[in-house]
Structures are given as C-alpha cells and as structure tokens.
Design a protein around this ligand. Structure first.
Ligand code: ADP
Length: 247
C-alpha cells in the first residue's frame, strides 16, 4: 500500500515516558475499510500505538496522517472529531441507564463527549437506535439497565456507543478480554460485519479471534514493528514465533 492510498499513516513514530522509549520508529499504513490486528507480547507498545493515534499520548518524533491530514499535533478531542473512535479496555457505559437510553445519549453526543443532554432531548431517531442495538446483538435488551448486562453485552454496548458516532476509524484495545468463547465468537462475527464499512485497528491476544477477523496483522515487539502480513505469513515467521507465538 502506498502512503497516498492509506487512510491512516503512522510514520516513524516515537513515544517515550520519562526517557523510557515505549515505541520507536513505528510505521503503519492502514487502508480505508481494513481490519488490522495489532499483536505482540505484553509491554510491546500496542496500547501506546493506539494512544499515539488518538492523541492520548504525544509523539517525541514522527507523524500521524489521517485522510491525508496531519493529526499528531491536534488535541484528543479534535482527533475524535476527524472521525477516530476509541474503545478502551474498561467499558464506560452509563450503568444506571437502559441500553436504549445509553444509545440515545451516544447518538446525540459530540465525539468524545457523552454529556450533550440538550441534543439528547431532541433526538428522536428510534429506528437508528434499534438498528444499532440489533447490529451488536442487544435488540432484546433495549429496556435492560446496563448494570444488568453480562460482561460481553457491556462490551457490545460500548462498541454500539462508539458506532453511534459513525466513526471512520475505530481503535479497539483487547475487545474480547474476559469474554466467554461464545461471546468471543459473536464479537468476531460483529467485527466481520463492521469490516469494510469502518476501518478497525484491534489490539488482541486471542489468536483464534485474530485468525477469524484479521486481514493484515502487525506484530510489535519491544516498541518496534517486528513483522506484518497475513495470518499464514505471521504464523510461519520465525522471529514472530520466537518473540510471541512460541516455536
Ligand atoms: P502493550 O500494550 O503492548 O502491553 P504498552 O503500550 O501498554 O504495551 O506499554 C509499552 C511499554 O511502555 C511498557 O514497558 C509499559 O510499561 C510502558 N508504559 C506505557 N505507558 C506508560 C506510562 N504512562 N508511563 C511509563 N511507562 C509506560
């Protein structure tokens, strides 16, 4: 993929924390509609890679381009407004509100701000909320308080809240952590449906899940990109087997 044809370009990015280099010389090119998995051992720099894209962490060197525009100097909110959504490991839903009310607020909030209650009152797009709930498999739970959802359902609600903003690119950090096998399978089906409509970058440890969803896989190790390719290429790469998958 050329730099010009990529929707997201991370170019020679470096992040350091008080002198400790967490990410260095990281270059990623992700095409519009692609589902990219980011894998690697703990501490490899995967979460930091998501953080530097969404502006949570600043770059010490390098650049990030989204839709051909530099975004690495923008604030986190300004980056969210360019169409980049982020799902963190711990879901941030309104536990006392029903699934429907969560989605209503999610639809009417500005990207990154879930407190725009003025527009919430004006929001009347019931069909869109029901479509979103159906997309993530929560159509039978619209009246259920979020606090009563299972762990997997809570994760899907949070994904729906991100989708309510209609982001072009979604960054997901270990979306299947703590899920049952059945929930993981449903999440894989959901991600395959999202692929093509949204660009997704997914940090994940579950290689079965990665196999089910990924188009291209980027492997990080010690803050650097170790390998990139299709699942068969990654699984047969000796450096990746040594660093992460086990020989
Ligand atoms: P991964 O997601 O691959 O497990 P991280 O991106 O979370 O790795 O972390 C990469 C490295 O950077 C780790 O050594 C981690 O301890 C360090 N690190 C991450 N965030 C911070 C921080 N805010 N301050 C200091 N060190 C950090």
């Amino acid at each position: 993929m050329t730099k010009a044809s990529a929707q997201l370009v991370v170019d020679k990015a470096k992040v350091s924390f008080s002198g400790f280099v967490a990410v260095s010389d990281l270059t990623l090119r992700v095409a519009q509609g692609e589902l990219r998995c980011l894998i690697g051992p703990n501490g490899a720099g995967k979460t930091t890679a998501l953080d530097l894209i969404c502006g949570k962490t600043r770059l010490a060197a390098g650049e990030v381009y989204f839709q051909d525009k530099p975004i690495h100097r923008l604030s986190e909110h300004a980056i969210a407004r360019t169409g980049i959504g982020r799902k963190f490991q711990v879901p941030s839903v309104f536990r006392d509100l029903s699934v429907r009310d969560n989605l209503q607020i999610g639809r009417s909030a500005s990207p990154g701000v879930l407190s725009n209650l003025f527009r919430f009152r004006q929001s009347r797009d019931k069909a869109d909320i029901e479509r979103l709930a159906e997309l993530v498999g929560l159509e039978d739970e619209l009246g259920t308080p979020a606090a009563h959802l299972s762990h997997g359902q809570t994760q899907w609600l949070e994904i729906a809240l991100i989708l309510a903003q209609n982001p072009l690119l979604i960054l997901m950090d270990e979306p299947t952590a703590g899920m049952t096998q059945q929930e993981t399978k449903k999440t894989a089906d959901l991600f395959c449906r999202l692929r093509g409509k949204h660009t997704l970058i997914v940090v994940e440890h579950d290689m079965g899940f990665v196999r089910d969803i990924a188009q291209t896989i980027s492997v990080m190790h010690q803050g650097k990109l170790l390998a990139e390719g299709r699942i068969s290429e990654i699984e047969s790469n000796q450096a990746v087997r040594d660093a992460y998958l086990g020989s």
